[in-house]
Design a protein around this ligand. Structure first.
Ligand code: UT7
Length: 333
């Protein structure tokens, strides 16, 4: 069995910066409410004029990751793409990345586990590399969510937290079993699917919706915010503990924890629970909001750029979100 290790990271965020004050022009909210409850100062929104979509942003992040990996595009054997905001209902966005990157007819797989998407995507890629089926895999998380969130006061609990952007990594095979992805841990609890969901249009009502003008709120994402928050703090902690126990390490051994950037208050809760110093945790939600499947990928890329991840570091990634789904990845860098 091989291990998989990250050899390249990259990210791309749209140029359009939307501050809390910008949102307050059309939504009954304030900069202080948003900062106090979420830590978010601003987020990026994809530009329709520039044709920015989850796929086009994913391509930009991927090109950087592949270059940093020192590989040619033709050396990538497989694509795993995590998003909840694909350009089309079908086909999934993985094939668009394959096409836009001008890659050969390699396989492209879509992962639909929302905020945990990048964790699941890494785990899937890791299995393919472990078994020797593929050598180099491009793992991407990208979201263009600004197009479908409710930007009125009606949807303000969600409208203020989500943002757009993309992050990517290249995983490659290593024969050193002490390095790279040490373990991955995945969970779900579908009985809470509707507590954070976009339930319509769906195949059973699609034609009705297109034919009729209506203001059915199921066309907007819905979140049972406090309920999700309570589950998030519990499940984040469980996923991190599971990863630490599996690898016989403690929270003191963590060099960098990158939690999914759902809400700064959730990250701070986790930081306090595990008694982590500021140097042991990475947050960038202040700049980008919650970018769902892209958030850990963007944060990892920024952490690497800032020199926060060094050879031999113990890096823990953890996420919780819609599904509910949650999980963690433990990496010896
Ligand atoms: O990434 C996937 C996982 N997602 C998460 O983990 C997110 C978890 N949830 C949260 O982060 C929080 O629930 C939110 C930040 C989304 C909302 O904060 P909250 O403290 O749970 O607010 P709430 O929805 O319970 O609403 C409390 C009050 C309500 O007013 P009333 O009914 O008490 O008068 C809301 O209408 O705050 C009001 N409110 C707002 N006020 C100003 C909700 N959103 C806003 C807003 N600006 N943007």
């Amino acid at each position: 069995m091989y291990n998989s290790k990250v050899i390249g990271t990259g990210h791309y965020v749209p140029q359009t910066v939307i501050t809390n004050d910008d949102l307050a022009k059309t939504i009954d909210t304030t900069d202080s409410w948003i900062q106090e409850r979420t830590g978010i100062k601003e987020r990026r929104w994809a530009s329709k004029e520039l044709g920015e979509t989850a796929s086009t942003m994913a391509v930009k992040a991927s090109e950087i990751a592949i270059t940093k990996a020192g590989l040619e595009k033709k050396e990538i054997d497989f694509i795993v793409f995590a998003t909840l905001s694909p350009d089309y209902y079908f086909p999934g966005g993985g094939v668009q990345i394959q096409h836009l990157l001008g890659m050969d007819t390699i396989g492209a797989l879509d992962v639909r586990t929302q905020c945990s998407g990048f964790i699941y995507a890494i785990s899937v890629a890791d299995q393919f590399i472990k078994t020797g089926m593929y050598k180099n895999i491009l793992v991407v998380g990208s979201e263009a969510q600004s197009g479908f969130i409710d930007k009125t006061t009606r949807g303000r609990n969600m409208g203020v937290i989500f943002g757009d952007g993309a992050g990517a990594v290249v995983l490659t095979r290593t024969e050193d079993n002490t390095k790279g992805v040490l373990s991955t841990h995945l969970h779900s609890e579908g009985k809470f699917a509707e507590d954070l969901a976009l339930t319509s249009p769906n195949p059973s009502n699609w034609t009705d919706i297109i034919e009729k003008e209506n203001d059915d709120l199921t066309h907007f994402p819905y979140m049972n915010g406090q309920f999700v928050f309570k589950h998030a703090v519990t499940r984040f902690s469980e996923a991190i503990i599971e990863g630490l126990e599996k690898n016989k390490v403690t929270s003191e051994d963590i060099d960098l924890l990158i939690p999914h950037q759902a809400n700064l208050r959730i990250s701070q809760f986790v930081q306090r629970k595990f008694k982590l110093e500021d140097r042991q945790i990475f947050n960038n939600i202040q700049k980008y909001g919650n970018t769902t499947a892209a958030s850990i990928a963007i944060a990892l890329s920024e952490a690497v750029e800032e020199g926060r991840v060094k050879e031999n570091d113990l890096v823990v990634l953890a996420a919780f979100g819609s599904g509910f789904t949650w999980g963690s990845v433990v990496i010896r860098w």
